[in-house]
Each structure stands twice: as C-alpha cells, then as structure tokens.
Ligand binder design. Structure first.
Ligand code: FES
Length: 74
C-alpha cells in the first residue's frame, strides 16, 4: 500500500506537495507543473499571478496563516 499524499501548510505561505501529483482546474483540465522544482507550491493567499501555483507574492502581501494541527495525544 502506498503512503498517503502529504500536503504541507507552510507558515504564512503556500501549500506544498511533492510530486508525482496532478493539479487540475474545476473542469478537470490539467495544469502544466512548474519545471525544475522538487516541490509544488500551491497559492493559498490569493495574490499569486500564476494561480494555482505560488509565485512568492504572499510575502509582499503580508499573508498570515499559521494554523496548526493538534499533535496526536493532545
Ligand atoms: S501563497 Fe504564495 S503567492 Fe499565494
């Protein structure tokens, strides 16, 4: 059985996922993935000029998102 896909929430930044992964639009059409990247960063601030991918605009926007999951056993 394969490992489940992990989506990592970067503090005050994008959602990051390690390929292989497909990113599709609301019609199921596939976006070409950024090349030369070990990880794929998906925008969650809404400011990227390359949505659905992060282009770093969250930094200039002062995006704040530091939600944390509850560790097991707490
Ligand atoms: S999260 Fe990076 S540009 Fe939106």
């Amino acid at each position: 059985m394969s490992e489940p896909l992990t989506i990592r929430c970067r503090e005050n930044g994008p959602l990051v996922v390690k390929p292989p992964v497909r990113v599709v639009d609301h019609l199921g059409n596939e976006f070409p993935l950024p090349t030369g990247k070990e990880l794929i960063a998906l925008c969650r601030c809404g400011r990227s000029g390359t949505k659905p991918f992060c282009d770093g605009a969250h930094r200039q926007a002062g995006f704040q998102a530091a939600a944390r999951a509850t560790p097991p056993g707490e």
